[in-house]
Design a protein around this ligand. Structure first.
Ligand code: HEM
Length: 494
């Protein structure tokens, strides 16, 4: 039995291990070619991990990919951005109140920002309104819970599937259900319930399929379901299979909330470590938004203005220092010659798997000037990427050709279709939060006493420790994330 299990797992692993050479690169010029050359593809076998339900936009190539891409981008069309702006402001406003009820301490920022991103996406994609109440017998969410016959909430199901992706991929379904391990049981329940939630969403959209066919401005759910469900005027086979409908609902939700949620968490922590950048953002917010209430903030005028100034610079610098996706993979499908940034040519043979190392490309000191910090001090701070967090580099007019060296949302035909969504969302969240509040690292009274009552010294020590934690405690699942506790205090601005 044990032997059978082991060989099953090895079969699954070997399915996506590819023959051929491995190329690692952090050279932006090579990375750009890997994103755009026609004979370079995504390694679909490796990406089977995402295909829990069926093939998705992220795991297919060629004509099949074009079909998926068309469906997904239709649902992410620019008309959704105003709703993203309004929902992000609404969710952040209500979250501030929720934090206040909890004593205004954010123990794990990611816990909240992931949910915030999920709430925004659920509203835009599915017209599903999630709020900050816990799931009780009385609220809307638990109606959904019983309507779908689920044991756990929509959010718990999604977060558990995400956390247990490796297990779900490696362990056959019947074993996941029967093995007596807590992790397997959790994964099985989450997988079953999450499938029911998605089927319920699909079913509701499918019930009004004829109306959807002529509706302008479809949500992403509607666009996906329409691509997989026959209508009266088009009763024949549709471009997406049933499995791919569920697969794409899952993939877009995962790609959209995991990335933006984790980026926002890094932003909050970095801004708590560097309060001078909070002050600069607040100065910009006061000048731009004055005393207008948040429902009068305009997506057309305020968003681009905020993005151009200090707030936009902070977001870029967060994506540079803590780009949540640290690696991408590409496969060279036919031998090709590439030229690196020093002009040297390289012949790359067929079947070369290429690892595009974003983390290194965005922190290369030859491209991104490090701060003037001594080697000894860097060692003391565990060489944390937080040391070189410097948003002002983006306000310097001399940063030209940014596109050539900085591409957090990818490049070429597979460039992130959710980029405008993410940018509007992240600007709206930070604007709402910092217009009303400030964040502070928590300095404990014990530490103040150890520093003989010197609060400044205690703060400096707390900050140093936070910078170290931003290296030592950053973990990786599909994206990098700060899962461990690093408490920050929310203070209302005077
Ligand atoms: C901070 C936020 C985000 C970052 C850093 C990010 C980054 C990326 C990158 C680098 C890619 C390209 C992958 C490749 O070339 O293989 C990508 C693809 C993708 N992203 Fe995003 N993304 C973010 C937010 C979003 C959001 C909010 C959505 C949806 C609402 C989204 C949906 C997608 C989808 C569907 C793809 C696959 C595109 C394809 O394969 O054609 N992303 N993302």
């Amino acid at each position: 039995m044990a032997q059978k299990l082991q060989s099953g797992a090895i079969d699954r692993l070997s399915e996506f291990l590819l023959p051929g050479n491995l190329l690692w690169t952090c050279d932006p010029v090579i990375i750009k070619q890997l994103f755009t050359l026609p004979n370079v593809q995504v390694p679909v076998k490796m990406l089977k991990l995402y295909d829990i339900w069926g093939p998705t936009i992220g795991s297919v190539e060629g004509e099949e990919w074009k079909t998926h891409r068309k469906v997904v981008t239709y649902g992410l069309n620019p008309s959704t951005q105003l709703s993203v702006w309004k929902e992000s402001i609404h969710q952040t406003r209500t979250l501030i109140d929720r934090w206040a009820d909890d004593g205004s301490v954010l123990t794990v920022a990611k816990y909240w920002t992931s949910r915030l991103a999920l709430h925004v996406i659920a509203s835009i994609f599915f017209d599903m309104k999630l709020d900050w109440r816990e799931y009780t017998a009385q609220d809307k969410a638990s109606n959904l819970l019983s309507e779908c016959g689920c044991r756990i909430s929509f959010e718990s199901a999604l977060f558990t599937v995400l956390a247990r992706m490796g297990l779900i991929f490696m362990v056959p379904r019947f074993l996941l259900r029967t093995l007596p391990f807590k992790a397997c049981q959790e994964a099985h329940i989450a997988l079953t319930d999450w499938t029911k939630y998605m089927q319920n969403l699909r079913q509701k959209a499918a019930e009004k399929i004829d109306r959807l066919a002529t509706k302008k401005g479809k949500t992403i759910l509607e666009s996906i379901v329409l691509a997989g469900t026959p209508t009266s005027s088009s009763p024949n086979t549709r471009p997406l299979s049933e499995e791919s409908m569920l697969g794409n609902i899952w993939f877009t939700l995962m790609a959209g909330h995991e990335t933006a949620g984790n980026t926002l968490a890094f932003a909050l922590l970095l801004l708590a470590i560097y309060p001078e950048h909070q002050l600069a953002i607040q100065k910009q917010l006061d000048a731009q938004l004055g005393s207008r209430p948040s429902d009068e903030w305009s997506m057309e005028q305020d968003f681009p203005a905020l993005q151009k100034g200090h707030l936009g610079a902070v977001l870029k610098e967060v994506l540079r220092t803590y780009n949540v996706i640290q690696f991408f993979f590409r496969l060279v499908a036919a031998a090709t010659t590439m030229v690196d940034s020093s002009g040297q040519k390289h012949d790359v043979p067929t079947n070369t798997l290429c690892a595009l190392n974003y983390a290194a490309a965005f922190q290369n000191p030859a491209t991104w000037a490090p701060k003037n910090v001594s080697e000894a001090r860097r060692a003391e701070l565990h060489h944390s990427p937080a040391i070189d967090f410097d948003p002002s580099r983006w306000l310097d007019e001399s940063v030209k050709d940014e596109d050539l060296i900085f591409f957090p949302f990818g490049n070429g035909p597979r460039k992130c279709p959710g980029m405008p969504f993410a940018q509007v969302e992240m600007v709206a969240v930070l604007a709402t939060l910092f217009k009303e509040c400030s964040l502070e690292l928590m300095v404990t009274e014990d530490l103040v006493q150890t520093c003989n009552g010197d609060r400044n010294m205690a703060w400096e020590k707390t900050r140093d420790e936070a910078i170290r934690r931003m290296k030592d405690d950053v973990g990786a699942n599909l994206t990098i994330q700060m899962l461990k506790e690093l408490p920050i205090l929310l203070l209302k601005r005077k």
